[in-house]
Design a protein around this ligand. Structure first.
Ligand SMILES: [Zn+2]
Length: 246
C-alpha cells in the first residue's frame, strides 16, 4: 500500500515536468519556411531558380533528413498540438507559375515531399500560370493550395472594400474548385496595412505569411509569419546556411 501511495503522489509531479519540458521545447521552436517562385532559366532574376538547382536543393533536404510539413502539421507544431520532427521545413511556392507543375511537382513526388502553393486565381488559365486542372492535380498529390489575392495586387493601395474582394474571392474560388479550406493568406509583395489585418480577422483567416526574412516561431503574430526567400542566384552553401541559421 505505501508503494502505491507513493506512485500516485509522484504522478502529478511527472506530468508537470513533462508539460514544462514541452513548453521549453516550443519556446525554442524555429521552423524554416522556404519561399520559392518560378522554376525556370532566367539569369539575373533572383526570384527564379533553375530546375537543376531546385532539384539539387530538394535532394539535399532529403539527404540531410528534413521533414517537409503539410500546412496543417506546420500549424499543429506551432500551436504545440503535435511534436516537431528533428528537422522540419515548410516549402512554399508563390504566384502559381505553370513551371511549378512541370518542374516542382515531379521532384517533390520523387521524395514524397509536401508543399504549399499560394495562387492568385484571377491569373490562372493563361498558360504562364497554372490552370485549375494542374492545380487540382497538385492538390491531389498532397500540395496545400491557399490564396495570394485575386490579381496579385499591392493591397495597401486599395480601399478596404477592394482588399476584401481580392482576399475573400480568391479564397472562395479555391474552396469551390478544390472543396478544401483556404483560410491561410499570403500577402502579394509581402504588403499589408491595418485594413488587411482587420479583413483577415473578420473573415476568419487563421494565419498569413509575409516576406519578412527569418524562421517562423510560435511567438510571431499569426498574420505576420516570416519566411526565407530563396534567391536562385545564390550558391548551395549560402542557401544551406540560411536554411539552418535563418
Ligand atoms: Zn507573389
Amino acid at each position: 500500500m505505501p508503494l502505491l501511495l507513493l506512485c500516485s503522489i509522484s504522478l502529478p509531479t511527472d506530468y508537470t515536468d513533462v508539460e514544462a519540458a514541452a513548453t521549453d521545447e516550443r519556446k525554442k521552436l524555429r521552423i524554416p519556411v522556404l519561399n520559392y517562385h518560378s522554376i525556370t532559366v532566367d539569369p539575373g532574376n533572383i526570384a527564379t531558380i533553375t530546375p537543376e538547382k531546385f532539384e539539387a536543393q530538394m535532394d539535399a533536404l532529403a539527404e540531410e533528413g528534413y521533414t517537409t510539413l503539410t500546412l496543417q502539421q506546420f500549424f499543429n507544431i506551432l500551436e504545440g498540438k503535435e511534436p516537431s520532427p528533428d528537422k522540419p521545413v515548410l516549402l512554399t511556392f508563390d504566384d502559381g507559375y505553370a513551371d511549378n507543375y512541370q518542374y516542382a511537382l515531379p521532384v517533390l513526388q520523387k521524395h514524397q515531399f509536401h508543399a504549399t502553393l499560394f495562387v492568385s486565381p484571377g491569373m490562372v488559365d493563361d498558360g504562364y500560370y497554372l490552370s485549375w486542372e494542374q492545380i487540382k492535380e497538385m492538390h491531389e498529390a498532397g500540395w496545400d493550395i491557399q490564396p495570394h489575392g485575386m490579381t496579385h495586387p499591392h493591397l495597401p493601395k486599395l480601399s478596404a472594400e477592394e482588399q476584401a474582394y481580392e482576399i475573400v474571392e480568391a479564397r472562395r474560388l479555391i474552396e469551390r474548385h478544390l472543396g478544401t479550406k483556404a483560410d491561410v493568406y499570403c500577402y502579394p509583395y509581402g504588403e499589408y496595412n491595418q485594413s488587411t489585418l482587420t479583413i483577415l480577422k473578420e473573415y476568419g483567416f487563421r494565419y498569413a505569411f509575409t516576406i519578412d526574412q527569418g524562421k517562423t516561431t510560435p511567438d510571431q503574430h499569426p498574420y505576420k509569419l516570416k519566411r526565407i526567400f530563396v534567391n536562385g542566384e545564390e550558391s548551395m552553401s549560402k542557401w544551406k546556411s540560411k536554411l539552418e541559421k535563418g
